[in-house]
Design a protein around this ligand. Structure first.
Ligand code: LLP
Length: 443
Protein backbone atom coordinates (compact mmCIF):
# COMPACT_ATOMS: atom_id res chain seq x y z
CA UNK A 1 0.00 0.00 0.00
CA UNK A 2 1.12 3.59 -0.65
CA UNK A 3 3.19 5.07 2.14
CA UNK A 4 2.39 8.40 3.75
CA UNK A 5 4.62 11.10 5.16
CA UNK A 6 4.00 10.25 8.83
CA UNK A 7 5.91 7.01 8.18
CA UNK A 8 9.16 8.86 7.44
CA UNK A 9 11.78 9.56 10.06
CA UNK A 10 13.06 12.72 8.37
CA UNK A 11 11.45 15.61 6.47
CA UNK A 12 10.91 14.71 2.81
CA UNK A 13 13.41 17.31 1.61
CA UNK A 14 16.32 16.09 3.79
CA UNK A 15 19.58 15.52 1.91
CA UNK A 16 23.33 15.84 2.27
CA UNK A 17 24.61 18.72 0.17
CA UNK A 18 27.87 19.17 -1.70
CA UNK A 19 29.51 20.58 1.44
CA UNK A 20 28.65 17.34 3.21
CA UNK A 21 26.16 19.14 5.46
CA UNK A 22 22.56 18.19 6.14
CA UNK A 23 20.05 20.23 4.20
CA UNK A 24 16.27 20.58 4.66
CA UNK A 25 13.95 22.63 2.47
CA UNK A 26 16.98 23.59 0.37
CA UNK A 27 18.62 25.22 3.43
CA UNK A 28 21.96 24.12 4.83
CA UNK A 29 21.30 23.37 8.51
CA UNK A 30 24.70 24.69 9.56
CA UNK A 31 23.90 28.01 7.84
CA UNK A 32 20.50 28.11 9.56
CA UNK A 33 22.14 27.51 12.95
CA UNK A 34 24.61 30.30 12.25
CA UNK A 35 22.01 32.74 10.97
CA UNK A 36 19.30 32.21 13.59
CA UNK A 37 21.22 30.70 16.52
CA UNK A 38 20.43 27.50 18.40
CA UNK A 39 18.39 25.80 19.73
CA UNK A 40 16.33 26.30 16.62
CA UNK A 41 13.08 24.64 15.59
CA UNK A 42 12.93 24.12 11.82
CA UNK A 43 9.68 23.29 10.01
CA UNK A 44 9.80 21.92 6.46
CA UNK A 45 6.81 23.25 4.53
CA UNK A 46 6.98 20.50 1.89
CA UNK A 47 6.67 17.77 4.48
CA UNK A 48 3.78 19.51 6.17
CA UNK A 49 1.86 19.99 2.93
CA UNK A 50 2.68 16.46 1.85
CA UNK A 51 1.08 14.83 4.93
CA UNK A 52 -1.96 17.09 4.59
CA UNK A 53 -2.38 15.84 1.03
CA UNK A 54 -1.87 12.23 2.16
CA UNK A 55 -4.79 12.62 4.56
CA UNK A 56 -6.99 14.32 1.98
CA UNK A 57 -6.22 11.77 -0.69
CA UNK A 58 -6.67 8.84 1.67
CA UNK A 59 -10.19 9.99 2.55
CA UNK A 60 -11.24 11.01 -0.98
CA UNK A 61 -13.57 8.02 -1.15
CA UNK A 62 -15.60 9.34 1.77
CA UNK A 63 -16.28 12.94 0.72
CA UNK A 64 -18.11 13.72 3.94
CA UNK A 65 -14.83 13.79 5.86
CA UNK A 66 -13.54 16.92 7.60
CA UNK A 67 -9.92 17.13 8.61
CA UNK A 68 -9.43 19.17 11.76
CA UNK A 69 -5.78 19.71 12.69
CA UNK A 70 -5.31 19.24 16.45
CA UNK A 71 -3.47 22.47 17.01
CA UNK A 72 -2.29 21.45 20.46
CA UNK A 73 0.53 19.66 18.62
CA UNK A 74 1.90 22.98 17.34
CA UNK A 75 -0.15 26.15 17.26
CA UNK A 76 1.44 29.10 15.52
CA UNK A 77 -0.01 31.68 13.16
CA UNK A 78 2.07 30.64 10.13
CA UNK A 79 1.36 26.93 10.62
CA UNK A 80 -2.35 27.77 10.92
CA UNK A 81 -2.17 29.61 7.59
CA UNK A 82 -0.65 26.57 5.87
CA UNK A 83 -3.23 24.18 7.31
CA UNK A 84 -6.01 26.56 6.30
CA UNK A 85 -4.60 26.70 2.76
CA UNK A 86 -4.55 22.90 2.69
CA UNK A 87 -8.26 22.83 3.51
CA UNK A 88 -7.97 21.71 7.12
CA UNK A 89 -10.15 22.91 9.96
CA UNK A 90 -8.85 23.12 13.52
CA UNK A 91 -9.42 21.25 16.74
CA UNK A 92 -8.62 23.77 19.47
CA UNK A 93 -8.42 23.29 23.23
CA UNK A 94 -8.02 26.75 24.72
CA UNK A 95 -8.87 30.39 24.27
CA UNK A 96 -5.25 30.87 23.19
CA UNK A 97 -5.51 28.37 20.35
CA UNK A 98 -8.89 29.76 19.27
CA UNK A 99 -7.45 33.27 19.24
CA UNK A 100 -4.36 32.21 17.27
CA UNK A 101 -6.33 30.56 14.47
CA UNK A 102 -8.85 33.41 14.44
CA UNK A 103 -6.11 36.03 14.09
CA UNK A 104 -4.48 34.03 11.31
CA UNK A 105 -7.62 34.40 9.22
CA UNK A 106 -9.26 31.02 9.56
CA UNK A 107 -13.00 30.67 8.86
CA UNK A 108 -14.17 29.98 12.42
CA UNK A 109 -16.97 27.69 11.29
CA UNK A 110 -14.12 25.24 10.51
CA UNK A 111 -12.99 25.23 14.12
CA UNK A 112 -14.05 23.01 16.97
CA UNK A 113 -13.40 23.48 20.64
CA UNK A 114 -12.49 20.53 22.88
CA UNK A 115 -11.33 20.13 26.44
CA UNK A 116 -12.35 18.71 29.80
CA UNK A 117 -12.57 21.97 31.73
CA UNK A 118 -13.20 24.90 29.41
CA UNK A 119 -13.71 28.13 31.28
CA UNK A 120 -16.65 30.52 31.06
CA UNK A 121 -14.43 33.06 29.27
CA UNK A 122 -13.15 30.50 26.77
CA UNK A 123 -16.62 29.18 25.95
CA UNK A 124 -17.86 32.72 25.64
CA UNK A 125 -14.99 33.63 23.29
CA UNK A 126 -15.69 30.50 21.21
CA UNK A 127 -19.32 31.52 20.81
CA UNK A 128 -18.51 35.17 20.06
CA UNK A 129 -16.01 34.18 17.36
CA UNK A 130 -18.42 31.69 15.78
CA UNK A 131 -16.55 28.44 16.43
CA UNK A 132 -18.33 25.73 14.41
CA UNK A 133 -18.66 22.99 17.05
CA UNK A 134 -18.06 22.72 20.76
CA UNK A 135 -17.46 19.25 22.13
CA UNK A 136 -19.18 19.15 25.51
CA UNK A 137 -17.19 17.06 27.93
CA UNK A 138 -19.30 16.76 31.08
CA UNK A 139 -22.55 17.73 32.83
CA UNK A 140 -21.07 20.87 34.34
CA UNK A 141 -20.12 22.11 30.91
CA UNK A 142 -23.54 21.40 29.39
CA UNK A 143 -25.12 23.65 32.01
CA UNK A 144 -22.47 26.33 31.66
CA UNK A 145 -22.62 26.36 27.89
CA UNK A 146 -26.40 26.54 27.86
CA UNK A 147 -26.25 29.49 30.25
CA UNK A 148 -23.67 31.30 28.09
CA UNK A 149 -25.58 30.61 24.87
CA UNK A 150 -28.82 31.80 26.47
CA UNK A 151 -27.20 35.02 27.71
CA UNK A 152 -26.06 35.74 24.15
CA UNK A 153 -29.40 34.76 22.59
CA UNK A 154 -27.61 32.05 20.58
CA UNK A 155 -27.69 28.31 20.13
CA UNK A 156 -24.45 26.42 20.71
CA UNK A 157 -23.76 23.66 18.17
CA UNK A 158 -22.33 20.78 20.13
CA UNK A 159 -21.02 17.24 20.08
CA UNK A 160 -20.90 15.01 23.15
CA UNK A 161 -17.44 13.74 24.02
CA UNK A 162 -17.80 10.14 25.09
CA UNK A 163 -15.42 7.59 26.58
CA UNK A 164 -15.90 4.49 24.44
CA UNK A 165 -13.95 2.17 26.76
CA UNK A 166 -11.18 1.26 24.34
CA UNK A 167 -7.61 0.88 25.52
CA UNK A 168 -4.78 1.46 23.13
CA UNK A 169 -1.17 0.52 23.65
CA UNK A 170 0.56 3.80 24.09
CA UNK A 171 2.07 5.60 27.05
CA UNK A 172 -0.39 5.65 29.94
CA UNK A 173 -0.33 9.47 30.07
CA UNK A 174 -1.53 9.78 26.48
CA UNK A 175 -4.35 7.21 26.58
CA UNK A 176 -7.75 8.87 26.74
CA UNK A 177 -10.48 6.53 25.58
CA UNK A 178 -10.34 3.89 28.34
CA UNK A 179 -13.17 3.66 30.85
CA UNK A 180 -11.62 5.33 33.89
CA UNK A 181 -10.60 8.51 32.06
CA UNK A 182 -10.96 12.15 33.01
CA UNK A 183 -12.31 12.93 29.53
CA UNK A 184 -15.88 12.77 28.32
CA UNK A 185 -19.17 11.15 29.28
CA UNK A 186 -19.19 7.51 30.28
CA UNK A 187 -21.45 5.51 27.94
CA UNK A 188 -23.91 5.09 30.82
CA UNK A 189 -24.22 8.89 31.18
CA UNK A 190 -25.18 9.64 27.58
CA UNK A 191 -28.93 9.23 28.07
CA UNK A 192 -29.04 11.63 30.98
CA UNK A 193 -27.12 14.20 28.93
CA UNK A 194 -29.53 13.83 26.03
CA UNK A 195 -32.56 14.15 28.29
CA UNK A 196 -31.13 17.38 29.67
CA UNK A 197 -30.46 18.71 26.17
CA UNK A 198 -33.93 17.75 24.96
CA UNK A 199 -35.86 18.96 27.97
CA UNK A 200 -33.91 21.73 29.69
CA UNK A 201 -31.02 23.09 27.70
CA UNK A 202 -32.92 24.80 24.91
CA UNK A 203 -29.85 26.73 23.77
CA UNK A 204 -27.85 23.64 22.88
CA UNK A 205 -28.13 21.79 19.58
CA UNK A 206 -26.58 18.34 19.57
CA UNK A 207 -25.13 17.19 16.22
CA UNK A 208 -23.17 14.09 17.08
CA UNK A 209 -20.69 12.16 19.18
CA UNK A 210 -16.98 12.64 19.67
CA UNK A 211 -14.27 10.33 21.02
CA UNK A 212 -10.49 10.23 21.04
CA UNK A 213 -8.70 7.05 22.03
CA UNK A 214 -5.12 8.11 22.53
CA UNK A 215 -2.00 9.36 20.85
CA UNK A 216 1.03 7.85 19.05
CA UNK A 217 -1.12 4.85 18.13
CA UNK A 218 0.14 2.08 15.88
CA UNK A 219 -2.83 -0.29 16.19
CA UNK A 220 -5.17 0.16 13.27
CA UNK A 221 -8.05 -1.79 14.84
CA UNK A 222 -8.92 0.93 17.35
CA UNK A 223 -10.58 3.11 14.71
CA UNK A 224 -13.11 0.51 13.49
CA UNK A 225 -13.71 -0.52 17.11
CA UNK A 226 -14.41 3.09 18.01
CA UNK A 227 -16.72 3.61 15.03
CA UNK A 228 -18.65 0.47 15.96
CA UNK A 229 -19.30 1.82 19.45
CA UNK A 230 -20.19 5.35 18.32
CA UNK A 231 -22.48 4.13 15.53
CA UNK A 232 -24.17 1.71 17.93
CA UNK A 233 -24.85 4.62 20.27
CA UNK A 234 -26.15 6.79 17.43
CA UNK A 235 -28.59 4.10 16.40
CA UNK A 236 -29.67 3.49 20.01
CA UNK A 237 -30.18 7.23 20.57
CA UNK A 238 -32.29 7.50 17.43
CA UNK A 239 -34.53 4.66 18.57
CA UNK A 240 -34.84 5.81 22.17
CA UNK A 241 -35.05 9.58 21.72
CA UNK A 242 -36.07 9.98 18.09
CA UNK A 243 -32.96 12.11 17.71
CA UNK A 244 -30.94 11.72 14.51
CA UNK A 245 -27.25 12.48 15.08
CA UNK A 246 -25.28 12.68 11.86
CA UNK A 247 -21.79 13.68 12.96
CA UNK A 248 -19.02 11.42 14.23
CA UNK A 249 -15.71 12.78 15.44
CA UNK A 250 -13.19 9.96 15.85
CA UNK A 251 -10.34 12.07 17.24
CA UNK A 252 -6.69 11.88 16.27
CA UNK A 253 -3.90 9.60 17.37
CA UNK A 254 -2.08 8.24 14.31
CA UNK A 255 1.56 7.62 15.21
CA UNK A 256 4.83 8.76 13.69
CA UNK A 257 8.30 7.28 13.28
CA UNK A 258 10.51 8.74 15.99
CA UNK A 259 13.20 6.07 15.60
CA UNK A 260 13.88 3.21 13.20
CA UNK A 261 12.03 0.90 15.60
CA UNK A 262 8.70 2.65 15.01
CA UNK A 263 6.40 1.43 12.24
CA UNK A 264 3.28 3.61 12.21
CA UNK A 265 0.47 2.74 9.79
CA UNK A 266 -0.12 5.04 6.82
CA UNK A 267 -3.03 7.44 6.39
CA UNK A 268 -4.13 5.22 3.48
CA UNK A 269 -4.24 2.13 5.67
CA UNK A 270 -6.34 3.73 8.38
CA UNK A 271 -8.58 5.50 5.85
CA UNK A 272 -9.46 2.23 4.18
CA UNK A 273 -10.37 0.62 7.50
CA UNK A 274 -12.34 3.66 8.64
CA UNK A 275 -14.27 4.00 5.39
CA UNK A 276 -15.05 0.28 5.20
CA UNK A 277 -16.26 0.35 8.77
CA UNK A 278 -18.40 3.44 8.16
CA UNK A 279 -20.07 1.78 5.20
CA UNK A 280 -20.60 -1.34 7.25
CA UNK A 281 -22.23 0.43 10.23
CA UNK A 282 -24.45 2.56 8.01
CA UNK A 283 -25.91 -0.63 6.62
CA UNK A 284 -25.91 -2.60 9.85
CA UNK A 285 -27.63 0.07 11.94
CA UNK A 286 -29.61 1.56 9.08
CA UNK A 287 -28.39 5.06 9.91
CA UNK A 288 -27.72 8.03 7.68
CA UNK A 289 -24.09 8.12 6.42
CA UNK A 290 -22.52 10.43 8.99
CA UNK A 291 -20.27 13.41 8.45
CA UNK A 292 -16.92 12.36 9.86
CA UNK A 293 -14.38 14.53 11.62
CA UNK A 294 -10.77 13.51 12.26
CA UNK A 295 -8.43 15.43 14.54
CA UNK A 296 -4.85 14.41 13.77
CA UNK A 297 -2.15 16.50 15.43
CA UNK A 298 1.14 14.68 15.82
CA UNK A 299 0.98 12.87 12.46
CA UNK A 300 0.43 16.21 10.69
CA UNK A 301 3.27 18.24 12.11
CA UNK A 302 5.82 15.96 13.78
CA UNK A 303 7.82 14.77 10.78
CA UNK A 304 8.16 18.24 9.29
CA UNK A 305 9.99 19.51 12.38
CA UNK A 306 13.60 19.12 13.46
CA UNK A 307 15.50 20.89 16.24
CA UNK A 308 19.07 22.10 15.83
CA UNK A 309 21.34 22.28 18.86
CA UNK A 310 24.97 23.29 19.31
CA UNK A 311 27.24 20.85 21.11
CA UNK A 312 29.02 22.22 24.18
CA UNK A 313 30.79 20.30 26.91
CA UNK A 314 31.41 16.56 27.04
CA UNK A 315 32.09 14.27 29.94
CA UNK A 316 33.42 10.75 29.85
CA UNK A 317 32.53 8.97 33.06
CA UNK A 318 35.51 6.64 33.72
CA UNK A 319 34.39 3.17 32.53
CA UNK A 320 30.89 4.60 32.05
CA UNK A 321 28.75 6.79 29.84
CA UNK A 322 30.01 9.51 27.55
CA UNK A 323 27.74 12.53 28.00
CA UNK A 324 27.64 15.19 25.31
CA UNK A 325 25.83 18.36 26.34
CA UNK A 326 23.79 20.51 24.01
CA UNK A 327 22.40 24.02 24.44
CA UNK A 328 18.77 22.92 24.89
CA UNK A 329 16.89 20.00 26.38
CA UNK A 330 13.85 19.43 28.55
CA UNK A 331 12.53 22.99 28.32
CA UNK A 332 12.32 22.93 24.51
CA UNK A 333 11.54 19.18 24.32
CA UNK A 334 10.02 17.79 27.52
CA UNK A 335 8.93 14.52 25.89
CA UNK A 336 11.94 12.33 26.83
CA UNK A 337 11.67 13.27 30.50
CA UNK A 338 7.85 13.07 30.55
CA UNK A 339 7.17 9.98 28.48
CA UNK A 340 10.58 8.31 28.06
CA UNK A 341 10.22 9.31 24.40
CA UNK A 342 13.05 8.32 22.08
CA UNK A 343 14.45 10.39 19.23
CA UNK A 344 16.85 9.94 16.34
CA UNK A 345 19.54 12.49 15.55
CA UNK A 346 22.41 13.19 13.17
CA UNK A 347 25.29 15.60 13.07
CA UNK A 348 24.43 18.37 10.63
CA UNK A 349 27.93 19.55 9.82
CA UNK A 350 30.44 17.73 7.66
CA UNK A 351 31.73 14.67 9.40
CA UNK A 352 34.24 12.93 7.18
CA UNK A 353 34.36 9.81 9.28
CA UNK A 354 32.28 6.70 9.25
CA UNK A 355 33.39 5.88 12.73
CA UNK A 356 30.81 6.30 15.41
CA UNK A 357 30.71 6.11 19.17
CA UNK A 358 27.93 5.57 21.64
CA UNK A 359 27.05 8.75 23.50
CA UNK A 360 24.24 10.12 25.61
CA UNK A 361 22.94 13.55 24.64
CA UNK A 362 22.43 15.56 27.81
CA UNK A 363 20.31 18.69 28.05
CA UNK A 364 21.53 21.90 29.63
CA UNK A 365 18.87 22.11 32.33
CA UNK A 366 19.64 21.58 35.98
CA UNK A 367 18.14 18.15 36.38
CA UNK A 368 19.62 14.68 36.10
CA UNK A 369 16.51 13.63 34.18
CA UNK A 370 17.26 16.10 31.41
CA UNK A 371 18.62 13.52 28.98
CA UNK A 372 17.49 14.07 25.40
CA UNK A 373 18.77 10.87 23.83
CA UNK A 374 20.26 7.93 25.69
CA UNK A 375 22.90 5.75 24.00
CA UNK A 376 22.96 6.94 20.41
CA UNK A 377 25.66 6.06 17.88
CA UNK A 378 27.08 9.26 16.37
CA UNK A 379 30.39 10.39 14.85
CA UNK A 380 32.67 11.93 17.47
CA UNK A 381 31.06 15.15 18.65
CA UNK A 382 33.04 18.26 19.41
CA UNK A 383 32.19 21.66 20.77
CA UNK A 384 30.43 23.71 18.08
CA UNK A 385 29.06 20.75 16.13
CA UNK A 386 25.40 21.07 15.15
CA UNK A 387 23.09 18.25 16.18
CA UNK A 388 19.84 17.76 14.27
CA UNK A 389 17.12 15.91 16.21
CA UNK A 390 14.34 14.56 14.00
CA UNK A 391 10.58 14.52 14.45
CA UNK A 392 10.29 17.39 16.86
CA UNK A 393 7.43 19.23 15.11
CA UNK A 394 4.73 18.01 17.49
CA UNK A 395 4.47 18.59 21.24
CA UNK A 396 7.89 20.21 21.50
CA UNK A 397 7.38 23.96 21.11
CA UNK A 398 3.78 23.53 22.26
CA UNK A 399 4.96 22.05 25.57
CA UNK A 400 8.10 24.18 25.91
CA UNK A 401 8.73 26.10 29.10
CA UNK A 402 11.06 28.73 30.44
CA UNK A 403 12.50 26.37 33.03
CA UNK A 404 15.73 27.75 34.46
CA UNK A 405 14.61 31.08 32.97
CA UNK A 406 15.94 30.10 29.60
CA UNK A 407 14.47 31.84 26.55
CA UNK A 408 12.30 29.72 24.24
CA UNK A 409 13.96 29.04 20.86
CA UNK A 410 13.03 30.58 17.54
CA UNK A 411 11.23 28.64 14.80
CA UNK A 412 11.92 28.93 11.07
CA UNK A 413 9.89 27.69 8.14
CA UNK A 414 11.98 26.38 5.25
CA UNK A 415 11.01 25.76 1.66
CA UNK A 416 12.70 25.98 -1.75
CA UNK A 417 15.91 27.39 -0.24
CA UNK A 418 14.05 30.11 1.68
CA UNK A 419 13.95 30.37 5.43
CA UNK A 420 11.50 32.59 7.31
CA UNK A 421 11.26 33.16 11.02
CA UNK A 422 7.78 32.17 12.18
CA UNK A 423 8.43 32.44 15.90
CA UNK A 424 10.96 34.91 17.23
CA UNK A 425 13.54 33.78 19.75
CA UNK A 426 12.66 35.11 23.19
CA UNK A 427 14.94 37.78 24.57
CA UNK A 428 16.13 38.29 28.14
CA UNK A 429 13.69 41.19 28.33
CA UNK A 430 10.84 38.91 27.23
CA UNK A 431 11.63 36.78 30.25
CA UNK A 432 11.05 39.64 32.68
CA UNK A 433 8.30 41.35 30.68
CA UNK A 434 5.55 40.12 33.02
CA UNK A 435 7.50 40.56 36.26
CA UNK A 436 6.38 43.30 38.62
CA UNK A 437 8.34 44.59 41.60
CA UNK A 438 5.88 46.03 44.14
CA UNK A 439 6.71 49.66 45.00
CA UNK A 440 7.68 48.76 48.56
CA UNK A 441 10.44 46.48 47.22
CA UNK A 442 11.79 48.92 44.67
CA UNK A 443 15.38 50.05 45.00
N1 LLP B 1 -8.19 15.10 19.69
C1 LLP B 1 -8.20 15.07 21.03
C2 LLP B 1 -9.46 15.18 21.74
C3 LLP B 1 -6.99 14.95 21.74
O1 LLP B 1 -7.01 14.92 23.06
C4 LLP B 1 -5.77 14.86 21.02
C5 LLP B 1 -4.50 14.76 21.73
C6 LLP B 1 -5.81 14.90 19.62
C7 LLP B 1 -7.04 15.01 18.98
C8 LLP B 1 -4.58 14.82 18.77
O2 LLP B 1 -3.92 13.62 18.93
P1 LLP B 1 -2.64 13.26 18.01
O3 LLP B 1 -3.13 13.08 16.61
O4 LLP B 1 -1.69 14.38 18.15
O5 LLP B 1 -2.12 12.01 18.60
N2 LLP B 1 1.78 15.63 24.74
C9 LLP B 1 1.66 14.24 24.34
C10 LLP B 1 0.45 14.04 23.46
C11 LLP B 1 -0.84 14.43 24.11
C12 LLP B 1 -2.02 14.26 23.19
C13 LLP B 1 -3.23 14.83 23.81
N3 LLP B 1 -4.40 14.76 22.99
C14 LLP B 1 2.93 13.82 23.64
O6 LLP B 1 3.84 14.62 23.50
O7 LLP B 1 3.06 12.66 23.24
Amino acid sequence: MTSSTNQFLKPVSTLINEKGNLEIGGCDLVDLAEKYGTPLYVIDEKTLRSICRDYKKAFEKYPNTHMMYASKALCTSAVSRILDEEGFGFDTVSGGEIYTVYKSGVDMSHVLFNGSNKSYDELSLAMDLGVGRISADNFFELALLNEIAQSKGKVADILLRITPGIECHTHEYIQTGHLDSKFGFDLTQIDEAIELIQNEYKNLKLHGLHAHIGSQIFETSIYPDEIEIIAGEISRIEKKFGLKLNEINIGGGLGVKYTQKDAPPSTYEIAELIINKLNEVVEKYNIEAPTVFLEPGRSIISTSGVTLYTVGSSKQVPHGTKYVAIDGGMADNPRPSMYQAEYAAEVANKKDTNETQKVTIAGRFCESGDILIKDIELPELNEGDILCVYNTGAYNYSMASNYNRVQKPAMVLVNDSNSDIIIKRETLDDLIAHDIIPDRLKK
